[in-house]
Design a protein around this ligand. Structure first.
Ligand code: IVH
Length: 682
């Protein structure tokens, strides 16, 4: 026998048939997902996980007949939907009666006792009320077949594709599964994830979300589940819908079942013997909740025994056996002393309240968002008013309402300004939009915003061109459009503050290097309405060349490049605008690359971090984690999700948790953002 023969013979004996291998891989990947996301106790290094995942993905691609929507490969999202399908709930999704008053919690207990009659012993379960979006998950014979929003309680939207990307929702129940298992719970966004998303939105000129719940709701409404997958939603169960083939006698039994099926459950839930214990726990939990990684607006008090809950029945909207106790949001009252108008890169004029400084939830607040002029009018907020401010998501303060009863008559109504504060042009309103905007394309604030964004790290990434420098260039009239950046000369720059020959040359080199960033970054950099970083990248991949977009009307863009109708219209309108066309021609003339390279070659020449594996954790001072990842990858490095012996560096920011501990245990070098920068710069 030759050596090759031996090899072949042994291959034949160990060869697994594709179906068996796919099934085995699905089980393994799902198990590692559970270990990592639910139990926070990974067993294999990321490289091993990646290898299993890739093998599974490749096998599924080669054997479309083995497709299964519960395969863990669906976690990354699938093709965008045109719309959500409406689905009727098997059992109605009710809402909860609520109170802010501990006295009313006692009244609730008295009511329950009276309804149940004397001699019925029962306990309560107190569960944190996580501030997110209610969702019903339906499993049939163990497979997740449907995820739906509450809607009006009778019917909701089918958001299955989006919910499949939520990492702690099992796609298959673990162990023996009943015929039907419907679990209801809260989809939510942890605070840190919310902060990261908002930072990114601000940088990209998008309006930030008001709080994690809004961000969560907005995310679940996205039709493209691949975008949802990147947002980092989580799920915690808090109730039951239709269940066939399984006895669940109580809420605490439900939670136990959920854990056995592979869900995470809230560790702060507590069984209480009577209402005194309930009230004591409510007080204890109030202290604890600020330290939780997600927002909790109260607690839900539930009669634990489901037979009794059933007996208590429901009002038209609420089950009588439960009540939500809400903690009052942190608010403060102060005077709205003045007003500032911000001008965004799209020209949008945003009112910002200048407040008499006041302490609120641990910080001093002197500015607060008023969102837009319609909202100001609706809430009748005036300059000089006493106003109530609240920390939305306990992060960004905003004005909740004014106290008109305290008025002296000296207060001034707030109306959109008659002139843009930056250039004096009378503002305009776009059809169907509430925002007022400055229509002047040469408005210094608009140009500043556009150029800052164009030069930014996520766009053309022009090294050495920070915001202060952009401001100077625009102020001195050296830059009136993004194309002007490429016409700057050393002599132009030498006239600027703190600009020596050396830095001028470096900046010019940075500007020149940015010409080769490619179409994806260019499309993002141009601030085309509706076209964010991700959609820009997808569009660039499909188009290959800017020329493939130019001169096309919306229906053609929709058909040829698979844009949604709204985005197609925005892109077509932007490209048809003569001024934008001139700007693109100018960029082309100076040699900006308008094509998309096929293979992603590491930017910046030498791959400084080739072969190095990084993990990023915590909040970095300057970059979001996505940005740090992009910078590492651009330098040829790899970023993975969990720390193992194979990790070369952990990049750790503020509030780093278990990953930092693990890195320290394993002796993995830990970098802060400055150290990362040093590494990136070689
Ligand atoms: S029990 C009949 N438990 O709060 C509804 N709800 O204000 C039973 N929520 O629609 C819900 N955490 O979306 C329950 N631990 C928890 C909860 C919770 C958050 C939400 C849920 C519900 C809303 C009612």
């Amino acid at each position: 026998m030759t050596i090759t023969d031996v090899g072949m013979a042994s291959d034949m004996t160990t060869q697994e048939d594709p179906r068996a291998e796919v099934e085995r891989l699905r089980r393994e990947v799902a198990r590692h997902d559970h270990l990592y996301y639910v139990l926070d106790r990974p067993e294999v290094p990321d490289s091993e996980y990646d290898r299993l995942f890739r093998r599974l993905r490749d096998l599924e691609a080669a054997h479309p007949d083995l497709a299964d929507p519960t395969s863990p490969t669906h976690r990354v999202g699938g093709r965008p939907l045109a719309a959500f399908r409406a689905v009727t709930h098997a059992r109605r999704m009710l809402s909860l009666d609520n109170t802010y008053d501990p006295g009313e919690v006692r009244e609730f207990d008295a009511r329950v006792r009276k309804l149940l009659g004397p001699g019925v012993a029962f306990g309560y379960f107190v569960d944190p009320k996580v501030d997110g979006v209610a969702c019903s998950l339906r499993y049939e014979r163990g497979a997740l077949v449907l995820a739906a929003t509450r809607g009006d309680g009778v019917a909701g939207d089918d958001i299955t594709a989006n919910v499949r990307t939520v990492r702690d929702v099992p796609l298959r129940l673990h162990g023996a599964a009943p015929e039907v298992f419907e679990v209801r719970g809260e989809v939510f966004l942890p605070r840190a994830t919310f902060a990261r998303i908002n930072e990114q939105r601000l940088r990209e000129g998008d309006e930030p979300f008001q709080n994690p719940r809004n961000a969560c709701a907005g995310t679940l409404k996205l039709l493209d589940s691949r975008l949802v997958a990147r947002r980092g939603l989580r799920f915690l169960p808090h109730g039951m819908g239709e269940v066939v083939g399984l006895e669940v006698p109580s809420y605490s039994a439900l939670l136990e079942r959920c854990r056995a099926f592979g869900f995470a459950t809230n560790p702060h839930g507590r069984a209480c013997r009577d209402i005194d214990e309930v009230l004591a726990y409510l007080a204890e939990f109030e202290q604890r909740r600020a330290g939780l990684p997600y927002e909790v607006d109260g607690a839900v008090i539930k009669v634990d025994d489901y037979a009794l809950v059933e007996r208590l029945g429901t009002t038209s909207h609420h089950p009588r056996g439960m009540i939500a106790y809400k903690y009052a949001a942190e608010q403060a009252t102060t005077r709205l002393a003045g007003l500032e108008v911000g001008v965004g890169k799209t020209g949008t004029l945003t009112p910002v309240a200048l407040l008499e400084p006041v302490r609120l939830a641990g910080t001093t607040v002197s500015r607060a968002s008023l969102h837009n002029y319609d909202e100001v009018q609706r809430k009748d907020i005036r300059v000089g008013d006493l106003v109530v401010v609240e920390k939305a998501g306990e992060i960004i303060p905003y004005v909740v309402r004014s106290l008109p009863e305290q008025r002296t008559g000296q207060e001034a109504p707030i109306t959109p300004p008659a002139a843009c504060p930056s250039c004096g042009t009378p503002p305009a309103r776009r059809d169907g939009e509430v925002a007022v905007f400055c229509p002047n394309r040469a408005c210094p604030d608009v140009v500043r915003g556009l150029v800052r964004y164009f030069a930014g790290r996520r766009a053309m990434d022009i090294e050495g061109l920070g915001e202060k420098l952009v401001d100077q260039l625009v102020e001195r009239g050296l830059v009136r459009s993004v194309a002007d950046l490429y016409r700057l000369t050393e002599a132009d720059l030498l006239g600027l503050e703190r600009m020596g020959k050396r830095s001028a040359q470096n900046l010019l080199a940075g500007v020149a290097a940015s010409k080769g960033r490619g179409l994806a970054r260019l499309l993002n950099a141009l601030s085309i309405p509706g076209l964010g970083e991700t959609t820009a990248r997808d569009l660039a991949d499909r188009a290959g060349d800017l020329a493939a977009l130019q001169g096309k009307d919306a229906p053609t863009l929709e058909a040829e490049l698979k844009l949604g109708p709204v985005l197609a219209r925005e892109v077509a309108a932007w490209l048809a605008d003569p001024e934008n066309q001139r700007s693109l021609e100018a960029l082309r003339a100076v040699g900006v690359d308008m094509t998309q390279p096929r293979a992603a070659a590491p930017a910046g020449g030498a791959a400084k971090l080739a072969g190095k594996t990084f993990v990023i954790t915590g909040t970095l001072p300057r970059r979001s984690r996505d940005e740090a990842q992009a910078a590492i990858e651009a330098a040829g490095g790899k970023v993975t999700g969990s720390v193992s012996r194979k990790t070369d560096y952990l990049v750790a920011g503020e509030k780093a948790g278990s990953k930092l501990t693990k890195a320290q245990e394993l002796g993995v070098p830990v970098l802060d953002e400055d150290a990362l920068d040093a590494l990136l710069q070689g």
